[in-house]
Structures are given as structure tokens and as C-alpha cells.
Design a protein around this ligand. Structure first.
Ligand code: DLL
Length: 437
């Protein structure tokens, strides 16, 4: 049994990795320049031609890509191959309207599977294992991403998808799941539910969990490891880059190795865009080196992190990134759904409600709760409890269809939401999901 899924590349020397990345970057820049109008226009404006990109250092000459660019070119404007070569579409979680739509060719899917297989092996899984996938299947990348990795490694894949906790626990017990993949908050919930159901998790074969898609703390890790009697690993990824499989922890658990043969990571100053050295905190930026259908260059994730090229005791030479330490923007992840306050605001304005609102996110036990407090305006003012309750239910239904999750709505009297002198405080997140660093 190997410690690595792709030993030759996961342990390649820095010189070999630089050489491989350079070759792939040169080819990729040409591909995007020839096939994605947005990149061609931006590079022309900056007077950068594909021939100007000769080394990794030249990466900084290239333009950044933002989530807004993807919304502006929705749905297929950033695709770099004809649709006849796109064999899969995935999309970002949770929201209606302009979600982020991404595509893969057959080769892209194969690379994605490999990246996800590596994270399973790094966590100690082998082809003898049964991998229980409780990430959601569908447009969200978690389910099908981990599914592909498990299949690639030759494991027995159990494609449960998310939800129905009692059934999850029955399957885990009866089918003998060895490896679990889901969000860390759901893993906590499964642990609690197992205890409540009187299941002795030390008697189950389950021994590994690979958890990601949302921020989680070391305290959560300890909680999950204890309640499910497993070792818990962090995995990181995002829809725009491929989904899970971008970076993964090894047995050392001192940061996540980035799959550098397929992605280049940079840390930049979010204000100036200037690259930052190892050890300095900044915004994480990724470039895709091999993806053909949806090849983003210098995509600004808005996640904050730190990288290190220091040698890892596991033998992998891939650069390591810290857990995300926060966000540059105000995106929240609630029960695995990515959410922006602006989406809440759009619903309120669409129904002529007041734009004075506050979102309160909390976690009781392992479950996230979200409440939206909204001031009543003239149009919606009432002092009759039954009227208020009716309006609150209407809003909850509207949020449900627009956001994919249902917050508790509370209509409050005018002038009761605290005003701020600077930027309005729209979100009060009591969960403390990021480590204090
Ligand atoms: O969450 C892909 C994924 C699925 C990763 C399954 C891992 C496992 P999105 O829905 O596009 O994609 O959300 C991406 O989630 O920019 C981070 O802010 C956050 N995120 C993902 N993994 C982690 C993690 C998937 N391990 C956004 N720790 C990213 C903290 C994470 N935040």
C-alpha cells in the first residue's frame, strides 16, 4: 500500500514541479487567450501576449478573475471548449439566479477524480475501504467529486448523499462504512445523533473522515474525532477551481497540500493585488494549469490564508496552505450553503420591505441557525400579531425558494436594528467558525 496516490508527482522536487508548472502555464495561457474572449480582451488591454508568459514569475503579468466576471459571463461565457466537448456541468451551491456554472471535459473529470483520490490516500484510505459519501449529490461539487475520487482509487463507493440522518447511521452500521465524507458540521451532527440513538461508534469500522466545504475549528475536529471515533482530515476546494480536490491534509495535519501539478496558488494583498511571500496572510488566488473546459487564471477566492513551501514530514513536496482564516468579503456558509447578505437584501427589496435588516447566525450543538430581523416599514407596519406572523411566514417561504435555506424571520419595530456610523453591520455570526489567528 502506497502512502501516495501519485507518488512521482506528489514527491517531485521543487525544480521538477516548477518545470512542469511552467510548461503547463505557457500552454494554458495560450488556450485561454485563443478561446475565452474575456481573457483575450483583458490581456490585450494590459498589452500581454501569450508569448510574454515564459516563467512562473510572469504569472503576475496576467489579469485577475473574480466571481463577478463569472456572473457577467453567465452561464457559459468562460467556457474554453465547444459544448460538444463538455461532458459535465456543476454549479455553486444554494442560490438561484446567477449561480456560478462550471464545465468539465472528460479529461478534466479524470484529473478531478485523481485529485480527489489523492486526498483519500493522504488520509489513509485504500482500495479496500468503503467510502460513505454524505456530501450532497447534484450540482454541488462535494458529492460527485468525492464519488469520483473514491471510484478512481478503487474503493467501494456508497453514494448516500446528504440528509436523513437515521438512514445515514443505519447504512454506516449495516454496510460497514470505513471512510466518511461530509461537511464538518454534519459530521458533528452525525456524532451527536449516533450517541442519542445509543450507537457505540467504537464498534463501527468507520476510521477516517474527510471534511470540508465550510470553515471548521480544531475544537470541532476534536469533537468529531471523539464522537465518531475516527481521525478527521480537512479538505479544501471551490466550485470555480474544480470542487473538492484542490488541497488536502496528510497524516501530519499541518496544512493542506495543494495539487500543484494542476493548480498554482498565490497569496496576494487584497488591496493592492501584489503577491505576498510564504508565511504572510492574504487572499488566496488560484490558476488552473490543466483544465480545458473552464480554465480560470488568477481566480480571487476571497478566502484568506497563508502558504508554506517548507518540507513536510509526509514526503509530499506540494506547497501547503493553512485552513482558510476568514473571508475578504461577507460570504457566509450556513449548513453548507454559500450565502451573501446581498441576496437577503434583494429578497427584501423585491417584496418592498425595509432594507434595515440584520442576519444572526448561531450554532446550537452542531446545527446552524439563521435568523433575519427586519424592521417593519410603513407599507408593512402592523401591531396585530396574526398579521406579523403571516408576513414572517411569507418572507420565510420567499427566502427558502431564493436561497435554498429557510431562515427564521422576525419583523421588528422601526428603528430597532442598531445603526452603524460606518458600514452597516449586516451579519452577526456567533459561531466562531474561523480559528483566531
Ligand atoms: O465547498 C467544494 C468542496 C466540497 C470542498 C466538498 C470540500 C469538500 P463551494 O460550494 O464553491 O465549493 O464553496 C467554496 O467554501 O471558497 C471556502 O470559503 C469554503 N471552503 C471549502 N472548503 C473549506 C475548508 C465547495 N476545508 C468555499 N475550510 C471556499 C474552510 C472551506 N472553508
Amino acid at each position: 500500500m502506497s502512502k501516495y496516490f501519485s507518488p512521482e508527482v506528489e514527491t517531485a522536487s521543487r525544480e521538477e514541479l516548477d518545470k512542469l508548472q511552467t510548461e503547463r502555464l505557457i500552454e494554458q495561457v495560450k488556450h485561454v487567450y485563443d478561446n475565452v474572449p474575456l481573457y483575450r480582451e483583458r490581456m490585450d488591454k494590459l498589452k500581454v501576449k501569450p508569448e510574454d508568459i515564459k516563467s512562473l514569475d510572469d504569472l503576475k503579468k496576467l489579469p485577475f478573475t473574480s466571481k463577478q466576471d463569472l456572473r457577467d459571463t453567465y452561464p457559459y461565457g468562460m467556457f474554453a471548449v465547444p459544448m460538444s466537448e463538455v461532458t459535465r456541468i456543476q454549479a455553486s451551491s444554494g442560490t438561484t439566479g446567477k449561480q456560478i456554472v462550471v464545465g468539465y471535459t472528460d479529461d478534466d473529470l479524470d484529473v478531478w477524480d485523481t485529485c480527489c483520490a489523492r486526498q483519500l490516500v493522504a488520509a489513509g484510505a485504500t482500495k479496500e475501504d468503503k467510502v460513505h459519501v454524505s456530501y450532497g449529490y447534484g450540482l454541488f461539487t462535494g458529492g460527485l467529486g468525492l464519488h469520483g475520487g473514491s471510484h478512481k482509487l478503487g474503493c467501494t463507493t456508497i453514494p448516500v448523499s446528504s440528509g436523513n440522518t437515521a438512514r445515514q447511521l443505519t447504512i454506516m452500521k449495516d454496510f460497514g462504512s470505513d471512510v466518511l465524507g461530509c461537511t464538518p458540521s454534519y459530521a458533528m451532527y452525525l456524532g451527536e445523533s449516533a450517541a442519542k440513538a445509543g450507537i457505540d461508534t467504537s464498534k463501527l469500522p468507520l476510521r477516517i473522515g474527510i471534511f470540508g466545504a465550510e470553515p471548521w475549528t480544531e475544537e470541532m475536529r476534536r469533537n468529531i474525532e471523539k464522537s465518531l471515533n475516527i481521525k478527521a482530515y480537512d479538505i479544501y476546494g471551490l466550485t470555480e477551481i474544480c470542487g473538492p480536490g484542490v488541497a488536502y491534509e496528510c497524516a501530519e495535519q499541518k496544512g493542506m497540500h495543494v495539487n500543484e501539478d494542476h493548480f498554482i496558488i498565490e497569496i496576494i494583498d487584497p488591496e493592492t493585488g501584489e503577491p505576498k511571500p510564504d508565511g504572510e496572510k492574504g487572499e488566496i488566488v488560484f490558476s488552473c494549469l490543466t483544465k480545458k473546459a473552464f480554465p480560470l487564471l488568477r481566480f480571487r477566492t476571497k478566502d484568506i490564508g497563508i502558504i508554506t513551501h517548507e518540507k513536510c514530514a509526509c514526503g509530499r513536496t506540494f506547497v501547503r496552505m493553512s485552513k482558510p482564516l476568514g473571508r475578504v468579503d461577507d460570504m457566509l456558509i450556513v449548513r453548507g450553503v454559500n450565502l451573501f447578505p446581498s441576496q437577503i437584501e434583494a429578497v427584501l427589496l423585491g417584496m418592498n420591505h425595509s432594507p434595515n435588516y440584520q442576519i444572526i447566525v448561531d450554532r446550537s450543538g452542531s446545527l446552524d441557525s439563521i435568523e433575519v430581523d427586519i424592521e417593519m416599514n410603513e407599507e408593512h407596519f402592523s401591531d396585530k400579531t396574526s398579521d406579523i406572523t403571516k408576513m414572517e411566514r411569507e418572507l420565510e417561504n420567499e427566502f427558502k425558494s431564493a436561497l435554498g435555506i429557510t431562515p427564521k424571520v422576525k419583523l421588528v419595530s422601526p428603528d430597532t436594528i442598531p445603526r452603524s456610523e460606518g458600514k452597516a453591520v449586516r451579519v452577526v455570526d456567533k459561531r466562531k467558525v474561523y480559528e483566531d489567528k
